[in-house]
Design a protein around this ligand. Structure first.
Ligand SMILES: Cc1ncc(COP(=O)(O)O)c(C=O)c1O
Length: 395
């Protein structure tokens, strides 16, 4: 018994994406990388924007004294101020550096936030389909994930939400633009959601946080504007990163932002800083904090991702795949023509296309593909998608 039973169990249940990644590596060894169409992992193929190289060069040429030392665990004041300034410009709310904690990406930010707020047995509501790691993150900190279904457009069913909130509900965790569906929550939906949280806070005399995972906030298509959850609930904790908008997932840089009018804000922020430290992150990477300070209004080319979305959406729908057109992020979540989504994913694998079964996201009967890959991979995957569509009479 070398490892904990719970970790062994969780690994077996929750590792579908990694499993596909490993099977993909095996297929690539066998057939050559160019003959495998890996649409399984959201690892953006685009390079960071040129401004990042310029900042990197500037820092290498003119290093700041002490720039590699320990710092305040919340992060550098000038980076936190730059983030706050950008949030003021985007939301109109009065953010200052005091509401910002720099983190090792959104994954760390979510863990820091959950560790800070959860007592053992507290409930966190999440909506299926959800980002695969949410269950593990909630469990890490003694919470209980309460998974609620969404409607046919992958939007929360508000009546179900209303009847599911209890005195134990500490947070509702949302993700818009969404991984895996690409859906964006409208301002109207967020307003209603906020109203429900406020009603329930009154009813139970509790504080219910809205944790808003905004990892894809800047990756939005068709000129849509991002509806900010922050504007609809004061107990909002934003968690985001530059993994996707600056294409820096390997660098682990992100932040938590607390609504400036959040009740108990001072203690909450102190708690976040403490949790960041004792979870062992200590602080977000120094070099990355220096880099992203001047890149708050910069992002990778959204037009490039939109083209890829359009290409896949047009082709897949023409073949008979049933899916909602993603409004943001870089994932698609089509229905599988058979009930067994894992079996369908294996069919695609026969054509060297790697995707992930919907059950990994709490939504069997669907599969997820990513389109943040080279155009050639997308183009060459179409033959396999077509053959599978024909086999299942989808057209
Ligand atoms: C919805 C969502 N949240 C959080 C993360 C974690 O991102 P990060 O690389 O910033 O830790 C991801 C990564 O894919 C994601 O899709």
């Amino acid at each position: 018994m070398a490892i904990a039973d719970k970790i062994r169990q969780n690994m077996a249940q929750g590792s579908m994406i990694r499993k596909m990644f490993e099977e993909g590596a095996a297929l690539m060894n066998r057939y050559g990388a160019e003959n495998v169409f890996d649409l399984s992992l959201g690892n953006p193929v685009v390079e960071p924007p040129p401004e990042l190289q310029q900042e990197l060069k500037r820092l290498a040429d003119e290093p700041l004294p002490g720039m590699h030392r320990y710092m305040s665990n919340a992060g550098y004041p000038d980076t936190r101020s730059a983030v706050a300034k950008q949030l003021v410009a985007e939301t109109g709310l009065k953010f200052t550096m005091g509401e910002i904690v720099m983190t090792c990406g959104a994954a760390a930010g979510l863990n820091v936030a959950l560790k800070t707020i959860l007592n053992p047995g507290d409930e966190v509501i999440i909506f299926a389909p959800y980002f695969v790691e949410y269950g593990g993150y909630v469990d890490n900190h003694g919470g209980v994930a309460k998974v609620l279904p969404t409607d046919e457009n992958f939007l929360p069913r508000l009546n179900v939400l209303k009847s599911s909130i209890t005195a134990k509900t500490k947070a509702v965790l949302i993700n818009s633009p969404n991984n895996p569906t690409g859906v964006i929550y409208s301002a109207d939906l967020l307003r209603q959601l906020g109203d429900i949280l406020q009603q329930k806070e009154k009813q139970y005399g509790t504080q219910i946080y809205l944790i808003s995972d905004e990892a894809y906030r800047k990756i939005i298509y068709d000129g849509l504007k991002f509806p900010y959850p922050l504007l609809h609930h004061k107990q909002t904790v934003v968690v985001t990163s530059h993994s996707k908008d600056l294409a820096l997932p390997g660098e682990r840089i992100g932040y938590i932002a607390i609504h400036p009018d959040c009740a108990g804000k001072g203690e909450l922020v102190d708690g976040l800083i403490y949790a960041n430290r004792v979870l062992g992150f200590v602080n977000a990477p120094a070099l990355m904090q220096h880099l992203v300070k001047n890149l708050q209004s910069v992002s990778v080319s959204i037009a490039e991702y939109q083209q890829k979305r359009d290409f896949m959406y047009q082709n897949l729908t023409a073949m008979g795949y049933k899916l909602n057109k993603p409004q943001g992020a870089f994932y698609m979540f089509p229905r599988t023509p058979i009930e067994d989504d894992a079996a369908f994913v294996r069919e695609l694998q026969e054509h060297r296309i790697l995707t992930v079964p919907g059950r990994g996201f709490g939504a069997p009967g669907y599969f997820r593909l990513v389109y943040c890959v080279n155009d050639r991979v997308l183009e060459d995957s179409l033959t396999g998608f077509r053959k599978v569509a024909e086999k299942f009479g989808m057209g």
